[in-house]
Design a binder for this molecule. Structure first.
Ligand code: GLN
Length: 492
């Protein structure tokens, strides 16, 4: 079969169960596509071909026994932020270019236990700091829809790999939009779960109170399959929550769009940088949901102006603390011929970290230093609480909240936006992490350059099933999620 990469996760699962094709054939098919097409996209940092084939053979044996998990034998790509035993985990940084983790992240372990086959590790902004994936030590990844554009970030490799059909599904992480924004830029569905739903154990930390892993795929249904594998309590992550996990696949038809109250924040649609076509596509998708029976309700989210400054204090503060472990002593990059211990620290860190990471360490260290702590960090924490309360108040009146995922479509590679311009592009995604809420991106059309536009739906805590279900029903009534970039149409 030459078109195995066209099949959805459900179709792959059924095909494998009925032995229409084996996991080895499917894995070889994807490895061949990666070898031929990825040199143009550059989504993978590491391809684990040999290990993938061994995992595929093991999955085929389990499939023959008839006791296989629904996803056994299906390939996936992991963002290079998830630790993988025996395979390099770089977090997109020179600092970790030589790092081989002695253990698997819980997300990786769960995927392995279900019999999923790891194709490799995909590119990202260094330590997940960025919105274009250009901050990677390994160079930029291309957007499959236009190779001179960025795929978004920080989970840009995950998005590009799936959008070019170089993996059927991928893991991503989202600290301030890194699943939703690349999903938006690449025409995919991506879910950022409630904080605590997916274990952070073995997920390299950026800002621990905001980081959350989740699925990136071509449809809500595909995301639901991966959520069923990765969600759940983990004793190894003290912030993971011990709460029953939904069957996200079984619940896909659970929420009726009919009667659903969708909040439209006034402030969100008046943001200065909001592109007219993005606005138009998002409004058309809301009209479609209205036709399907949803009720659109205008709401106020009065804290909107505080999102960017609050996040860009708290995230760097946590990053400066998390990244202090990279000191050239225990693991990671070490400078040549240090004169003394201070020289070792200084040069290892200034040679090992890229410019954006250093900028954030400096901002964060400043915000946490004695004398400024109350004025910046403590104040930001108070505003964070107000942002959360703003959402909770809105959810008294509506079921979900709609927004664009990003104010624009994908930027050109090398556009060289200033840090402030870049940070403003995160306006629609940051607050969700500050409040710990779940949110999903769904593709809802294209702009005049044929670049994908995404709709974001923000839910109340633990509403992952509801969000997946709404997008699933939208996708049953529209075909945006079935569109493929030209490069994905190429056969290897
Ligand atoms: N773009 C945001 C940042 O640079 C969010 C990144 C993320 O979610 N990891 O911090």
């Amino acid at each position: 079969m030459t078109d195995l990469h066209r099949l959805s996760i459900r179709e792959l699962s059924e095909g494998l169960k009925q032995a229409q094709f084996s996991s080895r054939e499917l894995t070889e098919h994807y490895l061949k596509r990666i070898a031929h097409i990825d040199p143009k996209v550059k989504s993978y940092v590491t391809v684990t071909a040999e290990q993938a084939l061994a995992e595929a053979d093991a999955a085929d044996a389990v499939l023959k026994s008839g006791n296989a998990h629904a996803l056994a034998g299906i390939p996936l790509a992991h963002k290079d932020i998830f630790c993988t035993q025996g395979i390099k985990t770089t977090a997109g940084s020179k600092m970790l270019d030589n790092f081989i983790s002695p253990y698997d992240a819980t997300v990786v372990a769960k995927a392995k236990a279900a019999g999923l086959v790891t194709l490799g590790k995909v590119n990202m902004d260094e330590f997940a700091m960025g919105s274009t994936s250009e901050n990677s030590y390994f160079g930029a990844t291309s957007n499959p829809w236009a190779l001179d554009r960025v795929p978004g970030g920080s989970s840009g490799g995950s998005a590009a790999a799936v959008a070019a059909d170089l993996a059927p599904i991928a893991t991503g992480t989202d600290t301030g939009g890194s699943i939703r924004q690349p999903a938006s830029f690449c025409g995919l569905t991506g879910l950022k779960p409630t904080y605590g739903r997916v274990s952070r154990f073995g997920m390299i930390a950026y800002a621990s109170s905001l980081d959350q892993g989740g699925p990136m795929a071509r449809s809500a249904e595909d995301c639901a399959y991966l959520m069923n594998v990765i969600a759940g309590h983990d004793a190894k992550d003290s912030t993971s929550i011990n709460k029953e996990v939904d069957d996200y696949v079984a619940n896909l038809n659970g929420t009726a769009v009919k009667g659903l109250r969708i909040g439209i924040p006034k402030q969100y649609f008046n943001v200065a940088g909001l592109d007219a076509e993005v606005k138009a596509r998002v409004e058309e998708s809301l009209k479609k949901l209205e036709e399907m029976g949803a009720i659109l309700v205008e709401i106020d989210l009065n804290m909107t102006e505080a999102y960017v400054p609050t996040y860009y204090l708290i995230a760097p503060a946590e990053a400066s603390s998390n990244l202090s472990r990279y000191d050239g002593v225990r693991y990671g990059y070490r400078c040549d011929n240090p004169k003394d211990i201070l020289d070792l620290y200084k040069r290892s860190r200034s040679e090992g970290f890229g410019a954006e990471v250093q900028r954030r360490i400096l901002i964060g260290t400043y915000a946490l230093s004695a004398g400024y702590y109350d004025a910046y960090y403590v104040k930001a924490q108070k505003v964070r609480r107000l942002i959360q309360q703003d959402f909770l108040k809105a959810f008294e009146n509506v079921d979900v909240i709609a927004a664009p995922s990003a104010p624009t479509t994908a930027y050109k590679i090398g556009a060289n936006l200033s840090p402030t311009e870049m940070y403003l592009g995160d306006i629609y995604t940051l607050a969700v992490n500050l409040a710990g809420l779940p949110a999903i991106n769904a593709p809802v059309g294209f702009d005049k350059d044929s670049l994908p536009v995404g709709l974001q739906l923000i839910g109340n805590y633990w509403s992952e099933s509801q969000l997946l279900s709404i997008v699933h029903q939208y996708q049953q009534n529209t075909d945006w999620h079935t569109k493929r970039a030209a490069i994905a149409e190429e056969n290897a």
